[in-house]
Design a protein around this ligand. Structure first.
Ligand SMILES: [Zn+2]
Length: 327
């Protein structure tokens, strides 16, 4: 496992003197995909968006007063019913991204500050996802669980919700992870993620542990404050309650940290290892997105869209250290 980085020094003339900036190009230790770390202050325009909250709430399809009427149903696996657990309600995505595509509305509240998310919001959704996965036909699927929160993270609906995407075909990056992990297993006789935890455990990117889960910053981040969660239990549908609460508690800690850092929006995803083979362990990734406000800036530009090159303005070793002190 190699942690390769290259440096480029850039000179700019500003205010009558020459300033040097370092750009770090880092190679992901598994996929070799590159990311750039650019030291820049981003405009954290945390403006008020009370108006947006009120406007979107008045017609929100996920609020309690409308959800029964508006939610699309799954006619096969869920027999046309909504599934509920605590505040969580599961139903079909009206815009499916795959053969089985669900929405899990995770909170009664239409809007939550990042520090207001509780571990039960995630835990209950994960339990319903497990119930759903266990009813699927016994074949190989690529399972991902994702969340976009607020418009600057790509979410069209403000109300906190998670998406489950179960597909017979992998996404582009999931395929890359799958074959890179297969190759790693062939060479090292163990799965990449457990090897990563062992290698990083005492290092400067290791953050800490929740039940059955290790947390570390990504060496080659795919976004702002990219943190990875690695479970002891490999397949999502088979995970114990202890494992699921380990994930839920870790997510809540990270969201609190994001709020402290001035963020309010985020994306996360699980790449689930279910039925993919011993080389693949479920792995979880979360990044903060440009704070949502009235005139927010979109942080996905040509670099990410066409080159698939992520740009981060934060150094993984530095934010791991900050979060560790709060963990
Ligand atoms: Zn709502």
């Amino acid at each position: 496992m190699e942690f390769r980085k290259e440096m480029e020094t850039s000179k700019i003339l500003i205010g009558g003197k020459v300033d040097e900036s370092i750009v770090e190009i880092r190679y992901d230790p598994l996929t070799l995909q590159t990311s750039r770390i650019v030291k820049k202050r981003i405009p954290l325009a945390l403006g008020d968006f009370e108006e947006e909250i009120m406007n979107s709430k008045s017609s929100c399809p996920f609020c309690n007063e409308r959800i029964e009427e508006l939610a699309a149903r799954d006619p096969e696996i869920m027999n046309g019913k909504l599934w509920k657990r605590g505040e969580c309600i599961a139903f079909s995505n009206i815009l499916p991204y795959s053969k089985y595509s669900l929405i899990l509305r995770i909170a009664d509240a239409h809007y939550l500050r990042l520090s207001e998310f509780k571990s039960f919001h995630f835990f209950d959704a994960f339990k319903l996802i497990q119930d759903y996965l266990r009813k699927l036909p016994t074949q190989k699927f690529y399972i991902s669980i994702g969340m976009n929160y607020l418009k600057s993270a790509g979410s069209s609906v403000m109300h906190p919700h998670i998406q489950l995407v179960v597909s017979e075909n992998s996404t582009d990056f999931f395929a890359r992870l799958d074959w890179s992990a297969f190759e790693f297993m062939e060479l090292n006789n163990r799965d990449f993620w457990s090897a990563l935890v062992e290698k990083e455990k005492d290092g400067e990117r290791y953050i800490g542990r929740t039940k059955k889960t290790d947390w570390l910053s990504a060496f080659a981040p795919k976004g702002f404050l990219h943190i990875i969660g690695i479970p002891e239990e490999r397949e999502f549908a088979e995970m114990s309650d202890e494992q699921l609460s380990g994930f839920s508690e870790g997510i809540v800690k990270i969201l609190k940290f994001y709020e402290i850092k001035g963020f309010n929006a985020f994306n996360f995803t699980f790449f689930c290892g279910d039925k993919l083979g011993n080389h693949f362990r479920t792995n979880f990734h979360i990044v903060a997105r440009t704070p949502f406000s009235k005139y927010y800036w979109n942080d996905v530009f040509f670099s990410k869209l066409f080159h698939d090159e992520s740009i981060s303005f934060f150094t993984p070793e530095e934010y791991a250290n900050e979060l560790k002190s709060l963990w």
